[in-house]
Ligand binder design. Structure first.
Ligand code: ATP
Ligand code: MG
Length: 137
């Protein structure tokens, strides 16, 4: 069964929306294989988003991701990577379809409530960045 890596970002966690987002995750039929609350440091956020290090928003993104606690998760389902990205919706909440998490809980292209891996290789990197094998039984 495919696994993907997901984050409930600091904006959604601080707003008290983690419970509602988790309820949607279960309703959509994902198995939550791993879950923990973390408060990322700036350096940890930079390491996670190193693929974006040349992008103009890298500083803003890593400041935001280290601005408060978040929930990191490993989700399992058939086609989990695409299924989770579909549930999140477009990166910019203003472009995200009604009923998607970013439309409902995001407030800007930067503060967009959730993260999801975009391919099997990124899912493998991102899962291993935050979880050991023993945490994913
Ligand atoms: P994610 O990787 O978080 O699941 P994504 O794949 O939809 O989102 P990316 O292009 O990978 O989008 O960008 C990573 C994150 O960087 C976005 O989720 C968003 O928080 C932030 N970001 C993207 N574009 C911008 C921008 N123009 N200004 C500010 N932040 C941005
Ligand atoms: Mg991405």
């Amino acid at each position: 069964m495919e696994r993907t890596f997901a984050i409930i970002k600091p904006d959604a966690f601080a707003a008290g929306n983690a419970g509602k987002i988790l309820a949607r995750i279960y309703e959509e039929g994902f198995r939550v294989v791993g879950l923990k609350k973390l408060y990322l440091s700036k350096v940890e956020a930079q390491g996670f988003y190193h693929v974006h290090r040349q992008r103009p928003f890298f500083g803003e993104l890593t400041d935001f991701m280290s601005s408060g606690p978040c929930l990191v998760m490993v989700l399992e389902a058939e086609g989990a990577i695409k299924k989770w990205r579909d549930l999140m919706g477009a990166t910019n909440p203003a472009d995200a379809a009604p009923g998607t998490l970013r439309r409902e809980f995001g407030s800007s292209v930067g503060e967009n409530a959730t993260h999801g891996s975009d391919a099997p290789e990124t899912a493998a990197f991102e899962i291993a960045y935050f979880f050991s094998g023993l945490e994913l039984l």
